[in-house]
Design a protein around this ligand. Sequence first.
Ligand code: HEC
Length: 148
Amino acid sequence: MKAVYLVLFAWAVVGVGAKAWPADSEVLRPRVPVDQIESARAVTNPFPVTPEMREKGKALFEGKAFCRACHGADGKGLGMDLDYSTFKGPLPRNFTDKLWQQARTDGELFWILKNGSPGTDMAPFIPLVLTEEEAWQVLMYVRSFDGR
Ligand code: HEC
């Protein structure tokens, strides 16, 4: 009998824990199509991550690349003065979400800047708005939102 209570107790603890911290499977679902994800993940940042490179990335994020308009100066995905009801897909990502940061490789994020996120308002930025080097600088800044 005691064993039954123990099992029920363990089940309740695990169950409640799972409800309190749901993995947001829609946010974490890879954006890169299955047939390209292996090659996308194989791509790595060829530039050194330095405070200077991040500063350049910040200037691009807030300036000519207008990431800030949708992603917000705080990276939480709620830019200023935008009517999100016009967005055709999901809202911009919350870059301070550590689970999301861990789920994505640099190569996947670089793929997004090249291809956009199909079916959403996240458009491609390379090569029309950003060079590849600038894209890596912006991504260094995106990475810094999780406190690293
Ligand atoms: C017009 C609004 C808009 C602008 C401007 C914009 N984004 Fe996005 N971004 C989005 C939306 C919406 C999503 C969510 C797409 C999805 O759920 O697949 C997104 C998603 C992303 C993602 C996450 C993709 C993933 O794998 O989860 C990254 C990284 C990103 N944007 C970076 C940038 C950068 C860097 C810039 C500037 C160069 C930028 N975005 C500009 C709307 C925008």
